[in-house]
Design a protein around this ligand. Structure first.
Ligand code: ADP
Ligand code: MG
Length: 274
């Protein structure tokens, strides 16, 4: 999780001693957890991995068998609700104060990245970070009638170095003539040509999310894309200003919710696709 404020001193007082980047490990529930190989620290903030030596390698064997990782938390058998509370809630709530935030999932294919970000669509309880973040943003807006707040969303997919707009209202014209480019300016990095949609209520945002998910699936079939090789970035843009204090500045911020491509090494899995 990463946060940075658009050049405002408030940052240091508000954020206190909190770290700017936090790392959590979520472990997918399994019936046969490898207790002899994986141990969590007592404070749930570290993981020790122990591998048995491969005896086939002979008597002199310098193979590394132990690793230790320090983290901000381990989420083992955690509910979607607990995962949201732990990794996303603060980052999302600070967006209304002008803090940018990014939450991204990294891991092998099948590890549960999409489950964590998008969640299971058929069960409301199992919805992921994306719909919960949208819900929280609109709930916070209701609680702040003194401010005029607008919310916009975009949904970008990156596959084989090409950019795809999952919410594009234009028909697909092929990557070579894609009007999108990555542009860097003093305000940061943005994608020129990516459609950004105004959402005045939660339902609008949900239907855009749903449209994006559907387009992602359709495109993966029609273009024979391997969806585990694509990165998806759903961005919520928040713009707020006081209705009462006319001289107050506009506060703008972005929340990036990223479902990264599978982290497995292509050479090892032989899953290279073009
Ligand atoms: P990834 O996006 O990392 O490739 P998925 O999110 O598609 O992986 O997860 C693979 C499968 O495991 C899916 O069927 C998903 O529903 C299931 N799954 C992942 N994480 C969990 C979890 N924490 N609890 C229950 N099912 C899970
Ligand atoms: Mg996935």
């Amino acid at each position: 999780m990463k946060r940075h404020k658009n050049g405002n001193k408030q940052y240091f007082t508000k954020m206190g001693t909190r770290k700017k980047v936090q790392a959590f490990v979520r472990v997918k529930p399994t019936d046969d957890f490898a207790h002899d190989m994986i141990k969590y620290g007592d404070d749930n903030k570290s993981i020790d991995i122990h591998l048995k030596k491969d005896t086939r390698r002979g008597v002199v064997n310098n193979q590394q068998t132990d690793w230790s990782f320090k983290l901000d938390g381990v989420l083992h058998d955690a509910t979607q609700d607990l995962v949201y509370e732990t990794v996303a809630k603060d980052a999302v709530s600070q967006a209304l104060d002008g803090y940018n935030g990014t939450i991204m999932c990294y891991g092998q294919t099948g590890a549960g990245k999409t489950y964590t970000m998008t969640g299971a669509t058929e069960n409301y309880k199992h919805r992921g970070i994306l719909p919960r973040a949208l819900q929280q943003v609109f709930r916070m807006i209701e609680e702040r009638p003194t401010h005029a707040i607008t919310v916009r969303v975009s949904y970008l997919e990156i596959y084989n170095e090409n950019l795809f707009d999952l919410l594009s209202t234009l028909p697909y014209v092929g990557p070579s003539v894609s009007p999108m480019t990555i542009v860097e300016n003093p305000q940061g990095v943005f994608i020129k040509g990516l459609s950004v949609h105004l959402t005045s209520q939660e339902e609008d945002a949900f239907s855009l999310l749903f449209e994006g998910e559907t387009n992602r699936i359709i495109a993966s079939h029609t273009m024979n894309k391997n969806s585990s090789r694509s990165h998806c970035i759903f961005t919520i843009y928040v713009e707020a200003h006081s209705r009462t204090l006319s001289d107050e500045k506009y506060i703008t911020s972005k929340i990036n919710l990223v479902d990264l491509a599978g982290s497995e090494r292509l050479g090892k899995t032989g899953k290279v696709e073009f």
